[in-house]
Write a protein that binds this ligand. Structure first.
Ligand code: CP
Length: 366
């Protein structure tokens, strides 16, 4: 394929062209953004994740899963810190029998000698069957996918978080968690979701908002400091997809106004690593959200017991530990779901998902 990087980026902006560029043989080849997923893709991915989870409960199921990607090698290239995402990708690959390698200090790679993204990923494609990347540059995964698509070995690439723009696999696990939580309440369609925090710079919150457009008429209330409110492009996309969205500057007044009519609250931390400081890590005294963006324990009386409370983690002060006893607290389930959804994604990428769902159905595990 001969296409310039500018044409690749422009193609990703177009709904029909995006699908053509990011998929191969009917499967996702490059996983970069929430907008590339249709409702049927999400449903199929979530069903596969449930099948993996249920097969994993039995010895035979675990042996079957481990046979699927035997001999495959996955490179996890993480230029930014990670606890959950990196380890859950590694655990997911292991569940399906693939080997993983993690490079989390790019000073040990030839990036530190000035090697280009294009040369680096083309080199890695000689030794690996897929690349998972996390990077501080908003365009890193886009450029890396273009480089692979333009090469003789276009191996799959999955973004594990890209700058301030998107964290697509986090939003997939968040939707999987919401789908599970609302299984007995009519699913995600029509639900009211409050998103708290630094929406402008929180890639998990942004990706979740984009992915919610694939459901029928959800309502989203963003609660952010003015400087970190959702950007116009995101709000325009929500409006185009008939998602009712509003922006607020403080949480307490909004919860009082909604009188308990909240189905889910998605709490995020302020992304202070983008503010500069020493190595981009703020001093402990500077970390954390101000009162207006903290889900205070006293707000429990303003919410129903079944209001789902989620956070992509890591957290600082914005979701106090007292919430862990709230019946709708789903944060640790989100963490575990990260492994199942990433295993399902690997299965889709490598064409093993139909086999997984069939095996689970045969064993009446669905
Ligand atoms: N949610 C998330 O991306 O966590 P990590 O930064 O620990 O991977």
């Amino acid at each position: 394929m001969t296409i310039s990087f500018e044409e690749w980026k422009a193609g990703l902006e177009s709904r029909s062209r995006r699908r053509e560029l990011l998929r191969r043989d009917g499967r996702p080849q490059f996983v970069l953004m929430s907008q590339q997923f249709r409702r049927e893709d999400i449903d199929s991915l979530c069903d596969t994740a449930t099948s993996v989870r249920r097969l994993d409960r039995h010895v035979d199921g675990r042996d079957f899963l481990r046979s699927l990607l035997r001999g495959h090698r996955i490179m996890n290239l993480f230029a930014q810190p990670s606890t959950r995402t990196a380890e859950s990708f590694i655990a997911a690959a292991h569940k399906l029998g693939a080997d993983s390698r993690l490079v989390s200090d790019l000073r040990t790679s030839s990036f530190s000698k000035g090697e280009s993204t294009e040369d680096a990923v083309r080199t890695l494609s000689s030794f690996f069957d897929a690349i998972v990347t996390r990077h501080q540059d908003d365009e890193f995964a886009t450029r890396a996918s273009w480089a692979l698509a333009s090469s003789g070995r276009p191996i799959p690439l999955i973004s594990a978080g890209c700058g301030k723009s998107q964290h697509v696999t986090q939003s997939l696990l968040d939707i999987y968690t919401l789908r599970y939580s609302f299984a007995e309440r009519g699913g995600i369609d029509g639900k009211r979701v409050v998103v708290i925090g630094d929406v402008a710079r929180n890639r998990a919150a942004r990706s979740l908002a984009y992915l919610l457009t694939r459901f029928e008429r959800p309502r989203i209330h963003f609660v952010s400091p003015a400087a970190f409110a959702p950007d116009d492009a995101l709000l325009a996309y929500l409006s185009k997809h008939e998602v009712e969205a509003s922006v607020h500057s403080a949480l307490g007044p909004l919860l009082r106004e909604l009188k308990g009519d909240v189905d889910a609250i998605y709490v995020t931390r302020l992304q202070q690593e983008w503010d500069g400081g020493k190595n981009g890590i703020p001093d402990a005294g500077e970390r954390g959200s101000s009162d207006e963006y903290v889900l205070k324990p006293e707000y429990r009386s303003l919410l129903r017991p079944d209001t789902v409370v989620m956070h992509p983690l890591p957290r600082v002060n914005e979701l106090p530990e007292q919430w862990e006893s709230h019946p709708g607290f789903m944060v640790w389930r989100q963490v575990r779901n990260g492994m199942w959804i990433r295993a399902a994604l690997f299965a889709q990428v490598f064409g093993a998902d139909n086999e997984i769902r069939s095996r689970a159905a045969r064993l009446s595990l669905m």
